[in-house]
Design a protein around this ligand. Structure first.
Ligand SMILES: [Zn+2]
Length: 297
């Protein structure tokens, strides 16, 4: 049996311009995992984490001009549908992780969404919703969010501020979006142009600290926007550096025997071949490092 990987790209018509990246990803992941359409998250699932007034607003009125500016992309029924399937993929991956130890969403990682507002391409905070879903299903242990997208996980930090059962780690570019950062349990802010060696040297103690919280369930935001040359990045990792980043996370997960959910996060590299390779690598490594272990093989 191969692990499933959920994608909204299999649930909805492809977004304009997304086909080349998607085709390269599918090719690279063929035979390693089983692509599945991401289901739409239910409104009552969103309500486990998001404020009801916000959901009512999004579903009934849509966003105002100011809110759309904050979201950073046009809002309409299609944006809403994509966000629902993106978050639904993370919930489906959560169920796989709770059953088999590893769950994969090729999308998700919309970490800028707050309990009651959208921001930075993020309408719903899929990881916050998934944590709430896991709690609703009886998970009592500690949860860890390892957010290695190049942008700070400000929304996620806001969701879990003051919650001692969820540890939030964000390793990000200091001078990048969002301008006003929130406080995660551990923030590692890196200078512009940070390359592989410095990045990995900063990551290691951060992972050590974060996994000392002894999580039962880990969410990994595997943003590929740390790559050198990413349009919205500011860091300078190579493809090899990214592989080592991912491996270090997976090794910690294996040692801790926690269940893992991988979500995609950002990736805006103009070289789609490189971006696809980075995406493929993240998911192939997850399967290689964790799937047989997860299933007790
Ligand atoms: Zn990002």
């Amino acid at each position: 049996m191969k692990p499933r990987a959920y994608s909204a790209a299999l649930s909805l018509p492809l977004a304009p311009g997304f086909a080349p990246l998607w085709n390269a990803m599918r090719e690279g992941l063929e035979g390693v995992l089983e692509p599945h359409p991401a289901p739409a998250v239910l409104r009552e699932e969103l309500a486990l984490a998001h404020r009801e007034a916000y959901l009512h607003h999004v579903f009934n009125d849509g966003l105002t001009r100011a809110e759309t500016l904050r979201l950073g992309r046009p809002f309409g029924p299609e944006t809403l549908q994509r966000a629902l399937h993106s978050a639904g993929g993370t919930l489906a991956a959560l169920e796989d992780a709770l059953r088999w130890g590893l769950g994969l969403n090729l999308g998700g990682g919309t970490h800028h969404a707050y309990p009651a507002r959208a921001e930075g391409y993020s309408l719903f905070n899929d990881v916050a919703v998934a944590v709430a879903k896991a709690r609703a299903e009886g998970l009592r242990g500690r949860v860890l969010v390892v957010d290695l997208d190049v942008h700070q996980g400000n929304g996620t930090a806001a969701f879990f501020q003051g919650d001692p059962t969820v540890f939030t780690l964000s390793v990000h570019a200091q001078h990048n979006y969002p301008q006003r950062k929130e406080q995660s349990d551990l923030d590692v802010a890196l200078p512009d142009g940070t390359g592989d060696a410095e990045y990995l040297a900063a990551l290691e103690p951060a992972l050590e600290h974060a996994f000392a919280s002894r999580p039962e369930l880990v969410f990994f935001n595997a943003g590929a926007d740390v790559l050198a040359g990413d349009r919205l990045g500011r860091l300078a990792l190579s493809l090899e550096g990214l592989a080592e980043r991912d491996r270090r996370v997976y090794r910690r997960v294996r040692e801790s025997a926690a269940a893992l959910v991988v979500v995609g996060g950002g990736g805006y590299h103009p070289n789609l071949r490189l971006l696809a390779a980075a995406r493929v690598q993240t998911y192939r490594l997850a399967v290689a490092e964790l799937w047989s272990v997860a299933r007790g093989g």
